[in-house]
Design a protein around this ligand. Structure first.
Ligand SMILES: C[S@@+](CC[C@H](N)C(=O)[O-])C[C@H]1O[C@@H](n2cnc3c(N)ncnc32)[C@H](O)[C@@H]1O
Length: 210
């Protein structure tokens, strides 16, 4: 297999957990400056603000926390405590250097998260429900660890949302497991973005666990 260079195009083409660990291990040190700043990445800001506007409170789990961009915005908005979970130890290492997270949990969300039921009053995720990453099948693992009434703010790449049939899964969950679902659409990148994905959008799935 050819070596993947750490960029968005390579990330969208990922397949196995080993692929994720390898690419994000390479990308971790350069992600904030080489990707987020250069591409004027905004999704973590929209996600954190939407969580707070919906009344979200800590303790919060940041899912696919990466280098901690979403957690940093949440902390700045006065939310805490915040834990980070991610499949990549190197991305979590960068996140913990920001000194905003209480705990780091290295886990493949597709295999579940090693924390007790009802642990969190809030769940956020920015940029991790996207091409080559997590699908709707990861949602039950998050509902298990959320308390009744817990606020969710999960960004989902709009094309991925269609392709992976999130609408059907969310609709089914509204039959008893989640309530007050809204899906505002936001731009993932700001005015400074220039790449082929500069106009991409995401839906922020806002809901509460019943
Ligand atoms: C595009 S980054 C987003 C990071 C951060 N939330 C942000 O907005 O900048 C996607 C993150 O999802 C993580 N990830 C990918 N697959 C995962 C899985 N199966 N379980 C947990 N984390 C995963 C990657 O390691 C990476 O840190």
């Amino acid at each position: 297999m050819s070596k993947k260079t750490p960029n968005l195009h390579a990330a969208y083409a990922l397949d196995t957990p080993e692929d994720h660990k390898r690419l994000y291990a390479e990308w971790a040190g350069d992600y904030d400056e080489g990707f987020a700043a250069l591409e004027d990445y905004q999704l973590h800001i929209h996600t954190a603000r939407a969580f707070v506007a919906a009344g979200g409170q800590g303790p919060v789990l940041d899912v696919g926390a990466g280098t901690g961009l979403c957690g940093a915005i949440l902390a700045g908005l006065g939310v805490g405590p915040i834990d980070a979970t991610d499949i990549s130890a190197e991305m979590l290492d960068q996140a913990m250097r920001k000194a905003i997270y209480r705990d780091a949990i290295e886990a493949d969300l597709n295999q579940g998260i090693p924390v007790p039921d009802n642990s969190y009053a809030g769940i956020v995720s920015s940029g991790t429900f996207t091409h080559g990453h997590l699908g709707a099948e990861a949602l039950p693992a998050l509902l298990r660890i959320a308390r009744p009434g817990a606020q969710f703010a999960l960004s989902i790449n709009a094309k991925h949302y269609e392709k992976m049939h999130f609408a059907e899964t969310l609709q089914r969950l509204t039959q008893g497991e989640i309530q007050n679902l809204t899906l505002p659409e936001v731009r993932i990148y700001g005015e400074l973005a220039a790449g082929p994905n500069k106009d991409d959008t995401a839906l922020i799935a806002l809901f509460e666990r019943t």
